[in-house]
Design a binder for this molecule. Structure first.
Ligand code: NI
Length: 180
């Protein structure tokens, strides 16, 4: 009986939480990703699951490697505008901005990161149709942060060696704590 209850609770938990977010230093975050070639039902339900996982954690963006999938897929939800970036390519970059950034793979960590102020990005949607986005401000920041993930690059790599070292140490300590 107890076992049954435990099982039910786990299923319920899985259903609610959905995709598990990979936390640094999970090696999948540094792995190269491959382009999406099939635009089918499986892809669109995966994108829905990513959206749900991100919304549940009040994230602004989520890239497939963060849920353990090494594919060029990212979702962004900023001020209720939802973007799906599949196989994105940076076409243009302009200016500079600096602002606070965080990442679902680095819970509780925030740091100021310099990024271009405005970008033009081409990406495919879930149907495979090519779209071009011209975005600036925080949206541009989110696009670039997620596109970095698809190259195995993390936001801490934009920081000074010193800051990066402090965050790495914190995250490794946290990982050890979780395994104990
Ligand atoms: Ni991130």
């Amino acid at each position: 009986m107890r076992e049954e209850i435990a099982k039910e609770t786990t299923t319920e938990k899985t259903r609610k939480e959905g995709l598990k977010i990979r936390i640094y230093p999970d090696p999948v975050l540094k792995m190269p990703t491959t382009p999406v070639e099939r635009f089918d039902e499986e892809l669109s339900s995966f994108v829905d699951e990513m959206h749900r996982a991100m919304a549940l954690r009040e994230g602004v963006g989520l890239a497939a490697p963060q849920v353990g999938v090494s594919k060029k897929i990212a979702v962004i939800d900023y001020h209720d505008v939802f973007y799906v970036l599949i196989n994105p390519r940076l076409l243009e970059r302009e200016g500079e901005q600096e602002g606070e950034e965080g990442c679902l793979s680095f819970p509780g960590i925030y740091a100021a990161v310099k990024r271009p102020g405005r970008v033009k990005v081409a990406a495919q949607d879930v149907t495979g149709a090519e779209r071009v986005y011209d975005v600036d401000g925080y949206t541009a920041r989110a696009f670039l942060h997620e596109m970095d993930h698809l190259e195995g690059k993390l936001f801490i790599e934009h920081l000074s060696m010193l800051k990066r070292g402090i965050i790495r140490k914190k995250m490794h300590k946290r990982a050890i704590g979780e395994n104990e």
